[in-house]
Design a protein around this ligand. Structure first.
Ligand code: PA5
Length: 374
């Protein structure tokens, strides 16, 4: 089980009330999900992953924010083995990036997993348009449509409507689960399964955490809140395993979008050590003291563990509060547990700051402005 090394003052009654509120929230569907997974849907998803592996050298995963960061985090961290490689698209409007992804697929056999809960986000829609065109050119319309997998809302949105009209294989993002809390749904599990991640073990790790992890998540959430109220307004997630860079990205999105509202929240940022000891290390040691460091302490080799100890001691000496989240294992179970831990801790923490963890009005604002400009 994950273990965290801090003992903040915790108001237990308030925490219980918050946890009750989260579980009852109309967007709280992720809380019990790992224990109540629809087995039929899970089997269908794994069969689909196998079909994609049999037919394709590449799976193009199109999505942005919560629709891609979680699975990318796990796939890049675990480096699973699969003949089918994952390519990401639709997370920017850069034509250069899109052309690069299209060229990478080249003449290879490929399928597309387009992921968008709203079904209307511009970046993935543009990328999907291009890859759909490429599929049709290569395979003709009928086979092209059989190679498109749409993960979206059950009933609404342009992507849903198109998927129904064209007969794409569909996976549903439940109404009660928002983008950044959706990594343990088909949003994350289908690309992971295609990439060769053992998704049974991911769910097993998460399911074991349900209920059991509350104490650790509560400590972490209260520690963040306590530090935040003392004007530590920046949290630096530190990892000593370079392959977890995308897990850091997922963490930044989870906390940033969940907490940064009503002029509240702690700015999440991240470093990968040792690399960043030689860029941000100076600032961490000696710069402005408005930050705290959260070491996501993955099991690592002996030599690297010495760096962890050295950095922790040096930064504590430099006056930075350092939290340690000790991760149980660097494998599927470990990541399943870790994802669930951070989701719960984040939702508790946002409630302590009295903001809604499940909406993102700021993101909607940019989308509206962009539509106006276009
Ligand atoms: O966490 C969130 O809700 C967001 O980051 C969304 O995932 C992101 O904006 C993409 O939205 P959609 O899946 O509707 O395309």
């Amino acid at each position: 089980m994950i273990d965290i090394n801090c003992s903040p003052e915790v108001d237990l009654e308030k925490t219980k009330e918050i946890i009750r509120r989260i579980a009852k929230d109309k967007m709280g569907g992720w809380v019990e999900l790992p224990k109540k997974y629809d087995i039929g849907e899970f089997v269908r998803m794994k069969e689909t992953a196998k079909k994609i592996q049999d037919e394709s050298e590449y799976l193009v995963c199109i999505g942005i924010g919560g629709s891609y960061l979680g699975h990318r985090a796990v796939i890049e961290a675990l480096r699973p083995k699969s003949e089918t490689k994952i390519i990401y698209a639709g997370n920017s409007l850069s034509k250069r990036e899109l052309d690069f992804a299209l060229a990478k697929v080249g003449d290879h056999d490929f399928s597309v997993n387009v992921i968008s809960k709203s079904g209307t986000t511009l970046e993935p829609a543009v990328a999907f348009g291009e890859f759909k065109k490429k599929l049709i050119e290569k395979y003709g319309e009928k086979e092209a449509y059989s190679r498109i997998y749409a993960t979206t809302d059950a009933k609404h949105g342009a992507l849903h409507d198109e998927a129904v009209a064209c007969g794409y294989t569909r996976f549903v993002i439940p109404d009660s689960i928002g983008g950044r809390y959706s990594v343990l749904t088909a949003v994350g599990l289908l690309p992971m399964a295609v990439a060769g991640v053992d998704v049974d073990k991911i769910l097993e790790g998460a399911a074991e955490a349900v209920g059991e992890i509350v104490g650790q998540a509560t400590k972490y959430a209260w520690m963040r809140y306590t530090l935040g109220k003392k004007n530590y307004d920046t949290e630096v997630f530190a990892s000593f395993e370079p392959s977890t860079a995308y897990f850091n990205e997922w963490l930044k999105q989870l906390f940033g979008e969940s907490e940064g509202k009503n002029k509240q929240g702690i700015l999440p940022t991240s470093v990968i050590y040792s690399t960043d000891l030689h860029s941000l290390g100076q600032f961490m040691q000696d710069g402005r003291r408005n930050l705290f460091e959260t070491i996501v302490d993955y099991p690592t080799d002996e030599m690297n563990a010495k760096v962890v100890s050295a950095v922790r001691a040096a930064h504590l000496g430099g006056g930075i509060p350092v939290l340690d989240i000790r991760v149980s294992s660097f494998d599927e179970k470990g990541f399943g547990e870790l994802i669930y831990f951070f989701e719960l801790a984040c939702a508790i923490s946002a409630n302590l700051f009295e903001v809604n963890p499940f909406d993102q009005p700021g993101v909607e604002a940019y989308k509206a402005k962009l539509q106006e400009l276009l």
